[in-house]
Design a protein around this ligand. Structure first.
Ligand code: FUB
Ligand code: ZN
Length: 637
């Protein structure tokens, strides 16, 4: 049996078994839920983000002609926002030609090349407005923007074969190597906001230039390990940027959540490339710190708005949940990389939880507006309150917005949706096993030893739990299919028989089906009540409803005011009804609430009869698409 050719030459040298993702451009989404989302993303979301970015001056910033007194002063993150958009556009271009997109990117690439000058340095704020301040401020996002330039350059080259943007990225990487490694000229050693670490690995895999991989390792090894780096803000300690200890010694996910998961993704990449077991172990601990103690039932992470960060174990407040969209995306990136280090369904279970809940909720159903924060409870009365205190507790927005002043999330969403099919499969290094991590109606081309096998998934997941897998030209010995952590009943059928299988670390293994003889997997989608660990204060005495991977919520528009007062009747049957407008099942149940009649004031003796109420649950991802109203995930019992 031929082995898989790994991304890097070193990948094949490792003694521990490794797994490689089947890239998104080899996995076409052919129908169903995700093909629809990708279509909306390519034709609506990508352009909506482009228009908002144009209106707010983000594209013009690349002209370097902003002067004091003009509107739209270029801000530090802007270059990264546009570079993420370019990456998204490149992924769309991989699937369909669009000269308009190429024109936009080609123009930007020409400008970048021209403005880079001799040095290769590039940043819309510092190159044009404050050249003397280059590399003086660790929190200035220069390396973050460089990372996004690298990701965009690689994506555009792979989509079109045009290498101008990629060459710009390489020249910048060379300059960064000079400044940080060779000359040590910068006022700091590691970036305040991680991103460049994982981007340099991509640049290395694309160009084969080992110096880029080593530069990534330099930044990872130096974090929390040198005297020159200072906390990025005086009032934050070094946990904020994950520099409280050398990365191999870190046990808990700390600080700014987006920074953290971008770092951990880079660490996992390096563990893969170098076979670094200490890094891999640190990644395993950090992933479990998130998944087992610091993640919402929706998969959202980073519960505190003040520093956009993690706090302590089980501190997962609902109303003030931050759960930034980019943090959810970063967690999925981290999870996908962990699946290249070991076949454990924990990673895909977490990625799926984020994908169908905290990530999907970020985008309006029409694809044009976005949540930055994804809370688990909303009360417009609190969000809009006018109080005397200067800074009352921050409440997440009740409505999605078209653009933000810090608009990192929208382009991140569009690049992620455009490349989501890259999460579906990994193949074991010895090409013996193909792993199926996620279920989307799709057709994948898997290359093994110069030959090609096709894997077709037919499914209406996540609405229905049946997945049919067929293989053309089988080249692997076995397949391994994830049994989702939420699934209590499942079966695998082949050749008219139900196979007797026992999951190993969440996967069932069976012989690769012969051509023309599909395997059918059936997951029971029966709605389930979920409860949280007793230490999660805001879920105490409450349950959440889940059907398949989708977490549900109650909205005021269906269920009236004061959702916190509602009590679910656990003995009531849960009904399922397909709602064509939502494209999803809505769930019905019965409960009670206090009768508001008869209150003289705030309080009265308890024990008066409650009134019955029919309850209507919708998928969490669909909340806030109708009128502004309350929303709640964890419901009293
Ligand atoms: O700093 C760039 C982006 O802005 C971060 O990733 C987000 O969390 C927000 O702080
Ligand atoms: Zn964001």
């Amino acid at each position: 049996m031929a082995a898989v050719t790994f991304y890097s030459k070193d990948g094949n040298k490792m003694c521990e078994m490794k797994y490689q993702s089947i890239p998104h451009d080899k996995v076409d989404l052919t129908g169903g839920f995700w093909a629809g989302r990708q279509e909306l993303n390519a034709h609506t979301t990508l352009w909506a983000v482009r228009e908002r970015f144009a209106e707010t001056g983000r594209f013009d910033a690349f002209r370097f002609d902003w002067r004091e007194g003009m509107p739209n002063k270029p801000y530090l993150y802007w270059v990264g926002d546009v570079e993420k958009w370019m990456e998204a556009a490149a992924y769309v271009l991989k699937r369909e030609k669009d000269p308009r997109l190429e024109e936009i990117i080609d123009r930007l690439a020409e400008r970048i090349e021209r403005q880079q000058g001799e040095s290769g340095y590039y940043h819309v704020t510092f190159s044009a407005l404050a050249p003397a301040e280059r590399w003086t401020n660790r929190n200035a996002h220069e390396l973050y923007a460089a990372g996004h330039l690298m990701e965009a350059g690689v994506a555009y080259y792979e989509a079109t074969g045009k290498d101008r943007l990629l060459r710009c990225a390489c020249r910048f990487a060379d300059e960064i190597e000079r400044v940080f490694v060779k000359d040590g000229e910068a006022a700091f050693v590691t970036p305040g906001h991680e991103e460049i670490e994982l981007a340099l690995v991509k640049l290395y895999r694309c160009t084969g230039e080992k110096r880029y991989l080593e530069l990534s390792r330099f930044f990872i090894d130096q974090r929390g390990n040198n005297q020159k780096d200072r906390p990025v803000q005086e009032w934050w300690n070094s946990r904020y940027e994950q520099a409280h200890a050398p990365v191999r010694e870190q046990d808990t996910a700390e600080g700014h959540a987006v920074r953290a998961v971008y770092l951990y993704s880079g660490m996992a990449d390096l563990a893969f490339e170098y076979g670094d077991s200490a890094l891999k172990e640190a990644c395993r601990r950090l992933f479990r710190s998130i998944a087992q103690r610091r993640m919402y039932v929706t998969g959202g992470i980073g519960s505190c708005a003040r520093d956009e960060g993690f706090t302590i174990d089980y501190d997962l407040p609902n109303l003030t949940a931050y759960s930034e969209t980019c943090a959810g995306i970063g967690l999925m990136l981290f999870a996908s990389r962990m699946l290249q280090l070991e076949a454990d369904s924990l990673y895909a279970d977490v990625a799926e939880r984020v994908l169908y809940n905290a990530f999907l909720s970020s985008t309006s159903l029409d694809g044009t507006a976005f949540f930055y924060e994804n809370p688990l409870e909303l009360d417009p009365r609190l969000v809009h309150r006018e109080v005397f205190a200067k800074e009352p507790t921050r409440m997440p927005s009740t409505r999605r917005m078209k653009v933000f002043s810090t608009s990192c999330c929208p382009p991140n969403i569009t690049r992620f949706v455009a490349s989501v099919s890259g999460m579906l499969y990994t193949i074991r290094q010895d090409a013996e096993v193909l792993y199926v991590h996620h279920f989307m109606d799709s057709r994948a081309q898997v290359e093994v030893g110069g030959q090609r096998m096709t894997v077709v998934q037919s499914t209406a997941y996540p609405q229905e739990g049946t997945v049919t897998l067929s293989v053309e030209n089988p080249l692997v010995k076995r397949m391994a299919v994830r049994i989702p952590g939420w699934c209590q009943e499942w079966m695998v059928e082949y050749g008219g028989q139900t196979l007797s299988l026992t999951p190993e670390k969440g996967y069932v293994y069976f012989d690769c089906p012969r051509e023309g003889e599909p395997v059918t997997i059936r997951f029971s989608m029966k709605p389930q009540l979920m409860e949280a660990h007793p230490a999660v204060r805001d879920a105490g005495g409450r349950v959440a409803l889940q059907r398949g991977p989708l977490v549900y919520c109650l909205e005021g528009v269906d269920n009236g005011e004061n959702l916190r007062d509602i009590q679910l009747d656990l003995s009531s049957p849960i009904t399922e009804e397909f709602d064509p407008q939502l494209g999803a099942f809505v769930l019905g149940a019965s409960g009670w609430r206090k009768d508001p009649e008869g209150y003289q004031g705030l309080y009265r003796p308890a024990g008066l009869p409650r009134i019955r109420q029919d309850l209507r649950f919708i998928p969490y991802y669909a909340f806030a698409n109708r009128e502004e109203c309350e929303m709640i995930v964890w419901v009293n019992i």
